[in-house]
Design a protein. Structure first.
Ligand code: GDP
Ligand code: GDP
Length: 440
């Protein structure tokens, strides 16, 4: 399977970039909010086309409204999106002729040498398609008329994009011969990511090898831990080294997303004193959606005034506030004092192992019989739902296929129930489970 390709939508203001972005990512809501004060638009989201997951970056909010200021700033903003992208979707407004801004952007895009598709937007009906001829002078191929607003020809556009991406050329996921566990530490600025990273590397007295010369978006450090190979993916150190000031958070969210996609297990750090922020929750949702192992690490535990029940109260509060975290390990550590640091890698390793586990079809169906007998699925639309069979169809992440008479009628609450039951019964603590319901 190819890695998720990323496409960046680049163009002048008001050509319709965010309209297209919203259309493409509509089914799966954008996951990360942009840095406050820059724009409230969501800047990147997920979509799927012909079964291939694609990340879409909208540069919309980053290009100044004033088109006259077509200067270094614009280039810099576009540059950042473009650096992240495997393909540029250059968008122009088909209701106007090319402007100086279009020409300057086109020039810039040519210089990047990246694959590009030119979309002439606002061609809402057939007659307007002739507008594409106005844009041949930009020297791009192919040039396609689309309408972001109505969705007209956007499917054709996506087909062309996938073809142009030539997915066979993209890096492949690591094969099965790579047995090392990839762990990413994520969290808000100042939560203690770098401190934890350093503590882990010191504590474990490990052989540390920075992996040099990679073009990755984050820094990998490999270490040996009790004879096992672990790769720590650092998103914090890199951010600190970055010279870019105004778009640090934007950049780091895209990086964080990519780092998560490359990991087996993600450690989500939260500050014991500050608790969860909105960003923490979207990161947790993202980790679960990507099917990665998750360990919640509450750091700066040394700053919390404690009695004997503090920890269990925290445990309860966490699940109250964020029910999705039920079934995931919580650790309370101090990166500063080293308290419980040794638990971090052992817990992560354990979750990584569980994520690769396979449950036999026999055990699953015995489980199904008893579970369904105890709690039958509620009727949907007055129809009685009968689940006949379940089997695991994928591992790392685990996917379970349930075969039944009315797959579309299963209530979302019952889906959650099955997932939690599966996790409890087969000890998948820390592992997001995917359930698919199929007709039989
Ligand atoms: P952005 O600044 O490039 O992100 O542009 P927006 O997506 O905000 O769109 C700018 C304006 O163009 C909005 O009023 C949209 O409704 C309009 N627009 C976007 N796409 C189309 C389209 O395909 N056809 C028409 N007629 N208008 C569009
Ligand atoms: P990052 O931005 O997430 O990489 O956070 P840092 O590792 O740079 O830590 C931010 C600040 O929090 C620094 O001043 C650290 O010394 C402090 N810090 C990190 N972990 C702890 C901890 O467990 N306890 C306390 N009291 N301070 C911590």
């Amino acid at each position: 399977m190819p890695k998720h390709p990323t496409i960046a939508i680049v163009g002048r203001p008001n050509v319709g970039k965010s309209t297209l972005f919203n259309r493409l990512t509509r089914s799966r809501k954008a996951v990360v909010d942009a840095q406050e004060g820059v724009t409230r638009d969501r800047i990147y989201g997920q979509m799927e086309w012909r079964g291939i997951p694609v990340t879409v970056v909208d540069t919309g909010g980053y290009i100044p409204e004033d088109t006259d200021i077509f200067n270094a700033a614009v280039r810099r903003h576009a540059r950042m999106a473009v650096d992240e992208a495997d393909l540029i979707l250059f968008m122009v407004d088909g209701r106007t002729e090319p402007t100086a801004g279009d020409l300057a952007l086109a020039q810039f895009i040519h210089e990047t040498g990246k694959p590009v598709v030119l979309a002439v937007n606002k061609c809402d009906y057939l007659k307007l398609d002739n507008q594409v001829y106005l844009y041949y002078e930009l020297g791009m191929d192919p040039v396609l008329p689309i309408s972001s607003l109505s969705g007209r020809a956007t499917g054709d556009l996506l087909d062309v994009i996938l073809e142009k991406l030539d997915l066979s050329q993209l890096p492949e996921d690591e094969g099965p011969e790579d047995t090392s566990l990839k762990i990413t530490i994520v969290g808000m600025p100042n939560v203690g990511k770098s401190s934890l990273m350093n503590a882990l590397l010191q504590k474990e007295q490990s052989i540390v090898t920075p992996i040099a010369g990679t073009t990755r978006d984050s820094i990998d450090t490999s270490l040996r831990w009790y004879g096992k190979d672990i790769i720590l993916i650092d998103t914090a150190g890199l951010r600190k080294r970055s010279k870019v000031t105004d778009n640090i958070e934007y950049f780091s969210t895209v990086r964080t997303h990519k780092a998560i996609q490359r990991s087996d297990v993600v450690l989500v750090l939260v500050d014991a004193e500050k608790g969860f922020g909105k960003q923490d929750k979207s990161i947790i949702d993202l980790v679960i959606k990507e099917g990665k192992g998750l360990v919640l690490v509450v750091n700066k535990w040394d700053l919390v005034e404690k009695d004997t029940s503090t920890m269990s109260r925290f445990d309860r509060d966490i699940v109250d506030e964020f029910p999705a975290l039920k079934g995931y390990p919580h650790l309370y550590i101090s990166a500063k004092s080293g308290q419980r640091i040794s638990r971090v890698l052992s817990t992560a390793w354990n979750v990584g192992e569980l994520r690769r586990k396979t449950v036999s079809t026999r055990d699953l169906n015995i489980w199904l019989q008893t579970t369904v007998a105890q709690y039958p699925p509620p009727a949907g639309n007055g129809k009685q739902i009968k689940i006949k069979f379940v089997s695991q169809v994928h591992r790392a992440p685990p996917i379970f296929a349930f075969f039944m008479n009315y797959p579309k009628l299963v209530a979302s609450g019952y889906r959650r129930f099955l997932e939690n039951r599966l996790r409890d019964s087969f000890r998948f603590e820390g592992v997001p489970l995917k359930l698919t319901f199929r007709k039989k």
